[in-house]
Design a protein around this ligand. Sequence first.
Ligand code: ATP
Ligand code: MG
Length: 356
Amino acid sequence: MARKHRIAVVPGDGIGKETTPEGLRVLDAAARRFGFELELTHYDWSCETYAKTGKMMPDDGLDQLRQSDAVFLGAVGWPGVPDNVSLWGLLIPMRRDFDQYISLRPCRLMPGVRSPLANRTPAEIDFVVVRENTEGEYSSSGGRMFRGTEREFVTQESVFTRTGCDRVMKYAFELAMKRPRKKLTSATKSNGITFTMPYWDERFAEMAKAYPEISTDQFHIDILCAHFVQHPDWFDVVVASNLFGDILSDLGPAVAGSIGIAPSANINPERKHPSMFEPVHGSAPDIAGKGVANPIAQIWSGALMLEHLGEHEAAAAVTDAIESLLSEGGPRTRDLGGNAGTLEVGKALAEVVGRG
Ligand code: ATP
Ligand code: MG
């Protein structure tokens, strides 16, 4: 019996509808070549669904997705629908309910792609940002007092639990163990944030004792951002709290080149609930419907999904295919200076993956 993985497919809005089919095309080629089966269930949940029904997804939407091993998502959001409807109606409930406490963003300069950093080579930009995705600075705890008066003030509390810190750090250390450089950097700000960040540092130091093979360092978030730009070659795996990770996980893909190739994953490592795989970019209304979006971010997100599902060879075949397509002057979309369409790039990659 072939290994079988159940995938929920949510193309969502805008270019998500164009890139998801190309992601599936490449996944299908990988499944054929490596002998596993993908059982796909399609969900047409999007801002269009919202316009028709007043909801981004049905009331039992999460329960439907819960049946799957992973969710493959395109993009969510459209002009005219506020983020608190689109994101909070679909993406955020999924992250929370499925306890996807790891947000993962590989930042790798691919050959033949220009980084905004001058003279950087692929060997110098190859790191992963691991962001805590459930607590920290983005807690809902806080309040507003004396509204509209001179004495008015607001507070917002950060919540760092031992479990929350330890589990994201453990994931980051384990990830660093699997990579050749075996290096882990922690993002902190314990010189200014005097309770939570020293605690974060303390848990990091404690966890490091269990991983003597890993070399560790830490930087305050402000200088860390500068180092991402000036010394991207210093980094291998970077672990950060929810807010700092949010910042780094936009900066990281930016230094690695086009938004059109950057992949991401929202992971529940214990696999108690489905994890979700989506490109970093949004629905790109300015180019949607034109067939010119770069599908590589979606396809690379598919490789992260294969990795999570234990299909390591297939995952490597997909990233290798992206690498060879880009380095050998294969078709590329406008954002990478070419004139190929979404379909053409998807087909070319599926061909390389299937050929082996
Ligand atoms: P969101 O709020 O949903 O994250 P956004 O406003 O941040 O969306 P994107 O939708 O990611 O922005 O688009 C930002 C810019 O990048 C747009 O000009 C868009 O056309 C371009 N872009 C995004 N994704 C791609 C892609 N896959 N291929 C080519 N260009 C892209
Ligand atoms: Mg955005």
